[in-house]
Design a protein. Sequence first.
Length: 402
Amino acid sequence: MPLSTKAVNEWADGMAIKLVVPGADPVAARDPVERASAILEIDLAGIVANWRDLAAASTPATCAAVVKADGYGLGAAPIAAALAAAGCRRFFVATLDEGLALRRHLPVSIEIAVLNGPLPGSGDEFVDARLVPVLNDPEQIAEWRRVTAVRGPGPAIRHIDTGMARLGLTLREFERHADELRRDPRFRWRAIMSHLACADDPAHPLNREQRARFVDLRHKMPAVPASLAASSGIFLGPEYHFDLVRPGAALYGVNPRPGQPNPMRQIVRLKARILQVRDVDAGQTVGYGATHVMAAAGRLATVAVGYADGWLRSFGRRGGGSIGGVRVPLIGRVSMDLVVFDVSAVAPAAARPGGFVELLGDEYGVDAAAADAGTIGYEILTALGRRYHRTYRPATAATPSC
């Protein structure tokens, strides 16, 4: 069944939508879009299409979906619901709390794995919520052994560090526990996994080094499904796919092949309200610190977005937006709630109070914004604030792709 707009907005807002009834407060009855300072549109259909493309590119491997950090800032629950309706059966989150929150929106037949693994004493919550822990070190293995000794055999994923020096069993720890864990009937291994450090750079030698180490270690658990590739790793080729791929950022439109055309659809559109338009003379300074000085007379629009909304301070004097397809530069510093755009090149009727400046869209996506802010698309997405009025373009159910 198609996802309803009401359902996805309930999930995204984390609260029930207020119903308008006769005699209710007339202010509450207004369309929230009319009073929104900024609107963030999230294209669920585009996310599903990106997932299907990644699933097709990695066939016959199973294609999971990473929805950690609240679906990279875009709403894990509506995104996971749309992907589950399209056929995705395995999801990854970062923390136990993320897993518990997502489980409320997905049936227990859908697998949710927690990448950070169990903290001491938290194993019972994994069992109660039917979550799959990723076991990253001997202490987490001991925690899962403690729980399964009482609660019965439980599923788990074993994470091995092959070159990140971040999470995962070291090679020595893996070798020390490999035979013991393979024989222990309390552990029902759902996968053995590692994570590539340089997958976004196909020529980096560490990619092949990590793959070679992973292949050698996999021989210790030959019957267990293997997973190495995330978003960029999928584009390194079939030899990196193994049995399970775990795309994350690519689902949300971040380019998994930096420096090449982006194969993914753009997912977000962000537009912010113009609060005020003013004419200024040459020599006028703009914003905190007077960091911008008008070289000529012009027209400025003050817009309702700032670093409190995740529009990063580093956009100052480098970012931009568009009005009616015309690029308008951001000038001066980004402040907490406001930014200023030079709209001198835009017709006055197009740049007026109550109108919008588009900040993200098809022509200026998260990677372009990241380049202007001196960061990466991941940070642009996950920084998007909670003050935006969020709308979701629904996806329709379809035959499963994996």
